[in-house]
Structure formats: C-alpha cells, structure tokens
Design a protein around this ligand. Sequence first.
Ligand SMILES: Nc1ncnc2c1ncn2[C@@H]1O[C@H](COP(=O)(O)OP(=O)(O)O)[C@@H](O)[C@H]1O
Ligand SMILES: [Mg+2]
Length: 328
Amino acid sequence: MSEKPLLSVRGLTTEFTTPEGKIARALEDVSFDVMHGQTIGLVGESGSGKTTTLMSLMRLLPAGGRITAGRVMFNDTNLLSLTEREMRDYRWKSMAIVFQGAMNALNPVMKVGDQIHEAIMLHNLMDEDAAEKRVRDLLEMVGIARTRRDQYPHQYSGGMRQRAMIAMALACAPDLLFADEPTTALDVMIQAQVLQLLKEIQKALGLAIVLVTHDLGVVAEVCDSVVVMYGGKVAEYGTADHIYNEAQHPYTQKLLEAFPDVTKPGDTLASIPGTPPRLTNLPPGCRFEPRCHVKVAKCSQVNPPLLEVSPKHYVSCILREGAEADLR
Ligand SMILES: Nc1ncnc2c1ncn2[C@@H]1O[C@H](COP(=O)(O)OP(=O)(O)O)[C@@H](O)[C@H]1O
Ligand SMILES: [Mg+2]
C-alpha cells in the first residue's frame, strides 16, 4: 500500500441553481483523501451534502448542478479537467457507485443475472462467454447462489437486491467504490451482513470504499477514517480513532453524545435540536453556529476553514485547539 492517496479531494465546491433561480451552495471547500484499500465514511444528517459529494466526484451531477471550484486527483489525474469522454473511461472502470436506493433500481422484468451481464457488456471489451463467467464470479463474490442467476428482482430479498447492485458496481473491477447509504433501507441484521460483505470484498479485491451513511454505528464498524459533514462543509475529518475518541468539533461531539453506543448500527442522527442551514441563504459565519452549544460572538461572523489540529486530524471550528496548517 503506497502512502500516496488513490483519490485526493481538495476545495470541492458545488452549486445548484434551484427552479426559482436561486443558488444553493451544496458543497463548500470539501477536502479529504482516500487511501488505497481504505474505507472512509462520509457521515452527516440528511441534506448535509453526502450524495452531492459522490455525484460531484463521479461527475454525475443532475441538471442545475455544477462544480465551481476544487481539484479531484485520481492518482495523477485531475478528474475535473477531463473532457466528458475521457471521464467516461474512469466511471465504472476506475470508480463505481452503488446509488442511494439502488436496490429498488433493478429492472423488474429482467433476470438479475442478465442485468449484471448487460452491465459488463456495456463497459467491457469482453465476449459473451467471458462476460457470463464474470456474472458467475460476481454473484459468488457477493454471496448469491448460482441458481438465482435467472430469477427476477421480486424473487430476491432486499438484502439480495442490494448485493446484486454491489455486484453490478464491481462489474469492471474498479479501484474505488462509492456506496451511498447501502444499508439504510435494510433491517438491522441484513445491514450487518451487507457491511460484512463490503469488508470481505474490500479485503479480497484491495478496493477502496467511500461509504456514505447517516448512521454512526455503521461508520464505527467498518471505517478507517471519517469525514463528518455539516451543511455542505467538512466539520471534522480524521481517523476513526480521532472521531470517536478525540472529537473536537461541537457537532461531532453532539452526534457522539446522542449515540453513546456507536457500535450498534441502526441509530440515526436526527436528535440534535434545530435544523441545518438553508443552502440558498447561508449565514456569513459558521453553519453550525445557530445550533452550537459552545459558540462565541465571533462564530456568527467567521466561516471557519478546515485546519489540521494534529497529524491527519482536521477540524473546521474557530474554537478548535492547536490548529496549524490548512488542508490544501
Ligand atoms: N438536484 C438538486 N437541485 C437543487 N439542489 C439540490 C439538488 N440535489 C441536492 N441539492 C441540495 O444539496 C443539499 C444536499 O443534498 P444531498 O447531497 O442529497 O444530501 P445528503 O446526501 O447528505 O442527504 C440539499 O439539501 C439541496 O439543498
Ligand atoms: Mg444522500
């Protein structure tokens, strides 16, 4: 494993023009690294910009959305400077995504095995026989019995449909997998199985995973490092140990307080009083200031940058301790 990140995100800023013609700044100055073979968790309340981060990195933003600043280095290539055609070579082959709600996106009138087969043929220069062998290998990898190859999605359980979507994302053997809330719609036992599967796949393939979730328990179970997002910004970023044992951002601290048993998947982040900021009308200061329990007067005026408080531990709060260098 090299020390150089597989994916390095710096200053990523993404805006949407709303139907009313307003500008919503969905991401501002988002920075983090994904190391080879690592799982990094993106965690935050609904609306904090997790999906927008993944869609920006894949350059699959919906109409009205655009990246206005930043750099996304995949190995030595800045993905943001590629043409759309060049970018297509990276999608699925280098980085693939399991979309939010993907398990319900399977085609109901097509056999699951055929859908995976089609995904392989679409992106790979492979003949039919080789593709069919790959379908079998992928199904085996995600723990779906061969006899289920010719079944339809409705014959699968929710957990199996999610596994099938993971198999599809792995069709072109990517180095990096984005998984957007892959366990949210599943019940707790099945959630644990899908997480276990991701861990196994990662180990077997040496894959790096960016796991998006609003569930701190999921993050604690599988992530090497964690990006805590709030209102489209990175509130805190560090190793799992930094986040769980040395959290410095008041938002992270509140999240942890609200969920003392972070090893138990299934809890959500909805119980901090107040609501996230409106992205079309952002306050000049810190986005968390209205909900913050330790704020001072300056917090409503200064938009805090993400600063390194100890090696590989970054906090965006003017009250943090020992901040040194900017993550740039
Ligand atoms: N298609 C869109 N059009 C306009 N605004 C959007 C769109 N998608 C996302 N946003 C804005 O970005 C914010 C973050 O959304 P999202 O990334 O989906 O959050 P999360 O995945 O953390 O729940 C939303 O609250 C919304 O303001
Ligand atoms: Mg989302």
